[in-house]
Design a protein around this ligand. Sequence first.
Ligand code: HPA
Length: 268
Amino acid sequence: DDPAADPFAVAANAAVQIAEKTGVQRHDIALTLGSGWAKAADLIGETTATIPATEIDGFSKPALEGHTGSLRSILLPNGKRALVIGARTHYYEGHGVRRVVHSVRTAAATGAKIMILTNGAGGIRETWNPGTPVLISDHINLTATSPLEGATFVDLTDLYSRRLRDLARTIDASLDDGVYCQFRGPNYETPAEVQMAKAMGGHIVGMSTALEAIAARQSGMEILGMSLITNLAAGIQKTPLSHEEVIDAGKAAEPVISALLAKIVAEL
Ligand code: HPA
């Protein structure tokens, strides 16, 4: 990427391309579906267009299995339009933080006022069995970076909308919430790092979402964050973590949590 390019101009351009390719001038809601959440795209409404992300400015090739690498325009039953971003760039891929938040800025440029950020993550609370969905109430950004550049002193109070968390609880009153800690990855955390996160007030550990949420707030969007607990975090769980286990837990939980998310989206 051209370091001199204005990231908001690239996002605005991407939004124009999305409008051209989908025939939809404006999207109301955007969703980034992390591991375990992808089926929600099939449940929230009728897909009217699917675009390979590589056809849109600023998107890179998918790095991971389970990340489909496409953008979908979906007509919701209530007539609203959702943009599903199945092409997340993780900070650990090493393409820089602008690339990480490009999808969020693009979503904002398409008109989306609500950004739903989902992920698969490790749980620090022992009562969270793999497969548990958790509402993100706040985050601790442990990446030592930010998507904001220059003198942009953005307030992050209530970053993850209380209104949207309350709304989610009208669908499932048993939903817990927790503080999400974004580590850089791609290695999983050490048990000592997990204890640090716990001591800092964290409940969930993962490698995405916080940087995206900051960019979404900068763009004025209301944010709903949800984690699927795919495993207990390192050291909380007594056995070593494996990527395969994480993927399998995501697949097993997918129908249930995707249906939950679809019900939440129907209320937006
Ligand atoms: N840590 C970080 N990221 C993750 C984990 C974890 O335990 N599980 C799934 N993604």
